[in-house]
Design a protein around this ligand. Sequence first.
Ligand code: DX5
Ligand code: ZN
Length: 220
Amino acid sequence: TRPIKIAPSILAADFSRLGEEVRAIDKAGADYIHLDVMDGHFVPNISFGPSVIESLRRCTDKIFDVHLMIAPVDPFIEAFARAGADIITFHPEAGPHGHRTIQAIKAAGCRAGLSLNPGTPVATVEPLIDDLDLLLVMTVNPGFGGQAFIETGLKKIAALRDMIDRSGRRIDLEVDGGINFETAARAIDAGADVLVAGTAAFAGGPDRYADNIAGLRGGA
Ligand code: DX5
Ligand code: ZN
């Protein structure tokens, strides 16, 4: 069985103590730190940008998994790379030149991810798979934490697991939205190997974070 990585989304952290929250979730066993960037245009919510990420870069050495829910993407890639992003993931609907965006992310020194909304078909990935390092299956419509898991994502995860295995490349298969202990187990069964969790990772405050992460991993 493949190792499972947990990527807590700081969207569910206490923004008034963000640095301490990142240190606490790092110490609790997070593999990636998932950073949800929203622009109020591509999604109906606004979160934070490169300057917040740059500040948090001083709090942890964990991989920064930056999920861009913004349009356009290309003019901001350099800024996120300079802020400390390790992985930059974007949505194909954010612009007409997905292949160019992937090349720009790599030229900036980052790993490139593509994110599929609940309404975006798996076939979107096919022409790009040889250039991608991560695939992100959204199991909610992006914009907010705390939403319910959309079941059809499981079929997409299975289809993409197949596509990745056939490619022979090492590509993370990440799932994001409505992940709790129960949906985490089902996403893993379907083939996911990176689980994003906001609400479930940060539930109950810092004393609970290690148990939350173990429970998501399936070790609880
Ligand atoms: C949604 C974000 C998610 C979100 C997950 O737009 O991409 O990363 O923070 O939050 P939960 O785990 O609460 O669904
Ligand atoms: Zn996300």
